[in-house]
Design a protein around this ligand. Structure first.
Ligand SMILES: [Zn+2]
Length: 364
């Protein structure tokens, strides 16, 4: 499993001023301005991140803190403190288009006087902007479910003027788990999102075993020197590389814009002399004690990346750092083509996470 923690680049400024009254003595003071208004109907499946849902999250959490129910309106009352959400905030003067986010996830909060403007460059970013606003107040959502909700209990909620601008520093932040499919508030709150990069075991998708009879040399050699039909391939074979590249290009053409090129699960690596010649016998995978497969696979992935980049220079190819290839390459670093593809950096980050995962018990 690949888990990438995320880092946000933030500019955070606080200045003293009289600020915004949200709740006073348990009574709602501020109005929440959003358009269109949220409906009472919860989405049947998953979380629909948009302005209306962001407003509901804000009202819900302010209620948790203070028992006050902030009114939601599309037409604010003049003179009443107001918290504008998403597009309503942009119409009220919030600037978002100066935030340079390649995944369109920049967000900004501005509190000035009796007005708060909260918005993001996408629905997810606007919901996250509300989450960040709540964090400034003291809320945290540490794990999925009510037990993970942390918030202060207050009679009066008052904020001083401040502004906050953020964007994700990583293109993709993703975590897997049986309870974590789709969008959830907990995931959005904690930064999940960005590009959908495919990372599954993939080789069989590109090179079917039905090719074995015609081209046994495309497939792995076992320790007895026999070619064996399976999803494991002979990655040093140049014809196999050419065909694999072509199949990846075809997959991108059909819509898998960030495809996986990950090997199959397991450790059935090709034992042919030319594949083994790519391995560094002194590079040992620490989780197993076996010779690292990173060098041979990175050489293969790099070849595929170069061919794919000729037609799709902006695609990102992805692979697990897994099994006996969790370590950065011991060789070939000077020859890697990193300019057109971000996958190498991605892989090294993933490798670091996996190393931490495999080197320690969960309670150690
Ligand atoms: Zn081989």
């Amino acid at each position: 499993m690949v888990f990438l923690s995320f880092i946000f680049m933030a500019a955070f400024m606080v200045s003293t001023a009289f600020g915004l009254d949200i709740v006073r003595d348990g009574k709602p003071v501020a109005q929440v301005v959003v358009s269109p208004l949220p409906t009472d109907t919860e989405p049947r499946r998953g979380f629909q991140p948009d302005d209306a849902m962001a407003a509901k999250v804000l009202v819900d959490w302010v209620s948790k803190m203070t028992d006050a129910q902030l009114p939601i309106t599309a037409a604010p009352t003049d003179g009443r403190p107001a918290i504008y959400i998403g597009e309503a905030a942009v119409k009220a003067g919030l600037k978002l288009n100066d935030i340079q986010s390649p995944t369109n996830e920049g967000l900004r909060i501005v509190v000035i006087g009796q007005k708060a403007l909260i918005g993001g460059q996408s629905g997810v970013a606007t919901v996250r902007a509300v989450c960040r606003f709540l964090e400034v107040i003291g809320c945290r959502y540490l794990m999925e479910g009510p037990l993970g909700e942390v918030y202060p209990r207050l009679k009066t909620l008052h904020l001083r003027d401040f502004s906050l601008t953020e964007k994700p520093a990583l293109l993709s932040r993703r975590i897997w788990g049986s309870q974590w499919a789709g969008e959830t508030l907990w995931k959005i709150w904690n930064g999940a999102g960005g590009l959908s990069l495919e990372t599954g075991h993939s080789w069989g998708r590109y090179i079917p075993q039905s090719l074995f009879h015609e081209h046994p040399e495309y497939f792995r050699m076992n320790a007895d020197g026999q070619r064996v039909p399976s999803e494991w391939l002979c990655t040093s074979n140049m014809d196999l590389r050419a065909l694999f590249s072509q199949r990846v290009i075809e997959a991108i053409r059909k819509g898998r814009i960030y495809p996986s090129i990950s090997p199959p699960d397991g450790t059935a690596y090709c034992q042919c002399p030319s594949c083994k010649a790519q391995d560094n016998p002194n590079a040992i995978e620490p989780s197993s004690g076996a010779v690292s497969m990173t060098d041979r696979f990175v050489d293969f992935f790099n070849y595929i990346a170069q061919r794919v980049a000729e037609e799709f220079p902006h695609s990102i190819l992805n692979f697990y750092c897994y099994a006996d290839y969790t370590q950065p390459p011991a060789a070939h670093l000077n020859s890697l083509q990193t300019s057109a593809h971000g996958w190498l950096q991605f892989a090294i980050a993933a490798s670091t996470a996996l190393e931490a995962q495999t080197a320690h018990r969960i309670n150690n």
